[in-house]
Write a protein that binds this ligand. Structure first.
Ligand SMILES: [Zn+2]
Length: 317
């Protein structure tokens, strides 16, 4: 009993820490979401294994019992009024590629097969297996995705992870950078990034043709730089901007995955993020980046953190 008691205490502390130090607009409401999850039997059934990799083949249309759910998903894909990360949004298409990986489905998002796979995921996570993509289901996925980012998890102890010494950083090559600004990253993370980009270009000619795709527009940012930005621009209240950015570790990369016409590569505008989520570069990353140790902050299609399992203990120091 004592073991179970302390396991529950450790879980609760971890969850509160994640909620407190998580760096984006969503994370204010994440506190209550995590509280709700920890108050229910749901988390105990959540597998720790990330859902990376190729989904198995499945029939996308041969699931008549999920036709109504598919019709609802078809309407909601571009019509659901909700606030998944705080600001109002319409539709869940922006998150559909990541959701498809989560539920291991390669069916169209509005198909009975997709609804069937979603229902299986809901059942496995203690939810009613409706097959309909709803805000409650998304919130559980969101917390799972958040917990796959060790920077957020490690920050739970009340501190901001230290920045590496400058001599431990490696400069980006000019052809890796988006723009002229010199940038650095930790050598091991950069090596993994280079392997990933080479494989992405080899796998998809559309990515190889796009000379800007998968370039880096922000990597290591010093704590001082972060502090100055906070001082000049404000908003560093863990709502608008993080006072402790993952970029200080040298393990975070902002990667060009396209933009809406006239949009910036780092714009959180809903239409821009929607456009980014449909590009070949993002589609490839969301399915494959985990194999190279990269995890996405799903609200920002461009923000990826290097955190392979063998690295997580080292980052803790
Ligand atoms: Zn970033």
């Amino acid at each position: 009993m004592r073991v179970i008691f302390w396991a529950v205490v450790v879980w609760a502390v971890a969850m509160l820490g994640v909620a407190w130090f998580a760096p984006r607009p969503s994370d204010v409401r994440l506190t209550s979401e995590i509280t709700q999850l920890t108050a229910s039997p749901g988390p105990a059934r959540v597998s720790a294994a990330p859902a990376w990799g190729q989904p198995p083949p499945e029939a996308c249309t041969d699931a008549p019992v999920f036709e109504a759910a598919a019709a609802r998903n078809a309407a909601d894909l571009d019509g659901l009024a909700w606030t998944p990360y705080g600001p109002p949004e319409t539709g869940w298409r922006t998150y559909a590629p990541r959701i498809a990986v989560e539920i291991a489905s390669n069916c169209p998002f509005d198909s009975p097969g997709f609804a069937n796979a979603l229902a299986g995921w809901q059942r496995a996570h203690g939810r009613s297996p409706t097959g309909v993509m709803d805000p409650d289901t998304f919130n559980i996925m969101k917390v799972r995705w958040h917990l796959q980012r060790p920077f957020v998890v490690l920050s739970r102890n009340g501190g901001c992870p230290p920045a590496p010494p400058i001599e431990a950083l490696t400069p980006l090559r000019p052809e890796e950078a988006y723009g002229d600004r010199p940038m650095q990253a930790r050598a091991d993370a950069l090596a993994a990034f280079r392997r990933m980009v080479a494989d992405a270009r080899a796998a998809d000619p559309a990515i190889a043709r796009d000379r800007q795709a998968l370039r880096i527009f922000s990597a290591y940012r010093s704590p001082v730089e972060n502090d100055v930005t906070c001082l000049l621009n404000g908003g560093c209240d863990n709502v608008g901007r993080a006072p402790c950015s993952a970029h200080r570790t040298g393990l975070a990369f902002d990667i060009v995955v396209g933009a809406a016409p006239g949009g910036r590569v780092d714009s959180t505008d809903n239409a821009n993020r929607l456009a980014q989520s449909q590009t070949p570069a993002y589609r490839w990353l969301v399915r494959n980046a985990g194999r190279y140790g990269f995890v996405n902050y799903v609200y920002e299609p461009w923000h990826w953190e290097w955190s392979p399992p063998e690295q997580r203990g080292a980052t803790r120091a």
